[in-house]
Design a protein around this ligand. Structure first.
Ligand SMILES: C[S@@+](CC[C@H](N)C(=O)[O-])C[C@H]1O[C@@H](n2cnc3c(N)ncnc32)[C@H](O)[C@@H]1O
Length: 323
């Protein structure tokens, strides 16, 4: 699949409305040519997640990945520092998406180490492989699979890493037990996952701003697959312990995350990625609805704009455990 142009570069002299419609049309085109979900994602339980990450969400994550890697950089840096990957180690990166953290981890394990990124999304994995090839690495690998039931080489990995890629398992208990099998004795787990929506203005403010134009949400399990599935620390500790992980710990961490250079750019980002984007996808949003949501978000963010752009606070758990 050809690499889609970043949404930011879709700007046209015709102004914000044209830019938004152009971006919408570009993403709609990409979505229409995306492949069917990978076979492992067609298991009935995983079908919804497989479809979401292979079709509905893939195009925007691919188009926005460079921007997202910069946005998440403060959290990535802290998670990697906590994980402390060492030269020669074998690392698994779960839900690695377009490969930003696979590349970041590679710098630490060196040419004697190995990073295996696993992701359920075929198009995002293809993008990750392109980036790895462009960077010239030969010791990084991407597998398209459901990490919850993939047959990893048993007992080989030193570090199980993830940046926002482990909250989408329909059966997290089984998935965490499966991931545990991949680890060698003395192995480490280090993830960064979102704390609740209420503690995350970075997601919450744009979502609340758009509520007046959104249809009501479908009833949902608060612990179901989604960005906040691991927001409850007691649940995460229980799941990890039950799957055989020792000494699980969650450390709260906060950061001001950029949303965009101005309210329009910020509205663009949060209507294509995150909980508001998911609500728009679920509502089968037309360009008009998408644009209405953007306008609401822009209005809400205007007062927060600074000369340096727009940033809102985000809060995550740095999760660690051992084998
Ligand atoms: C929020 S994105 C994060 C992507 C990437 N880690 C990053 O930070 O840029 C979640 C990722 O998890 C992947 N994912 C969801 N369910 C998965 C599963 N069961 N197995 C492997 N990957 C999965 C998605 O395809 C997506 O790439």
């Amino acid at each position: 699949m050809p690499r889609p142009a970043p949404i930011q570069s879709a700007a046209k002299p015709g102004g914000k409305r044209v830019r938004l419609l152009t971006a919408f049309a570009a993403l709609a085109t990409i979505v229409s040519v995306l492949p069917e979900p990978v076979k492992s994602a067609t298991d009935p339980q995983n079908a919804a997640q497989g479809a979401y990450w292979n079709q509905q969400a893939a195009a925007s994550w691919i188009a926005l990945q460079d921007r997202l890697d910069k946005v998440f950089e403060p959290l990535t840096r802290r998670a990697i520092a906590a994980a402390s990957p060492r030269p020669g180690e074998r690392v698994l990166d779960i839900g690695c998406g377009c490969g930003g953290t696979v590349l970041a981890l590679a710098e630490h394990v060196g040419t004697g180490g190995h990073v295996l990124g696993v992701d359920i999304s075929e198009p995002m994995s293809a993008r990750a492989r392109q980036r790895i090839a462009a960077a010239g690495y030969t010791n990084l690998e991407i597998v398209v699979a459901d990490a919850g039931n993939y047959a990893f080489a048993a007992g080989e990995s030193d570090l199980l890493f993830s940046r926002f890629g482990v909250m989408f398992f329909p059966d997290p208990a089984a998935a965490l037990a499966n991931l545990r099998l991949a680890m060698r004795p003395g192995g480490r787990l280090q993830w960064v996952v979102w704390r609740p929506l209420t503690d995350n203005p970075w997601f919450r403010i744009p979502l609340e701003a758009a509520l007046p134009v959104l249809p009501p949400p479908a009833p949902a399990d608060p612990f179901g697959p989604g960005p906040f599935a691991f927001a409850d620390p007691g649940r995460v500790i229980h799941l990890l312990q039950a799957a055989g992980w020792r000494n699980p710990k969650l450390i709260g961490n906060e950061a001001e995350l950029a949303l965009g250079s101005d309210p329009a750019a910020a509205a663009e980002l949060c209507t294509w990625v995150g909980p508001l984007a998911r609500r728009l996808i679920e509502a089968h949003a037309t360009p008009a609805l998408h644009q209405a949501a953007c306008r609401c978000v822009e209005r809400a963010l205007r007062a927060r704009a600074t000369a340096d752009g727009l940033a809102l606070s985000a809060s995550v758990w740095l999760v660690s455990a051992e084998t």
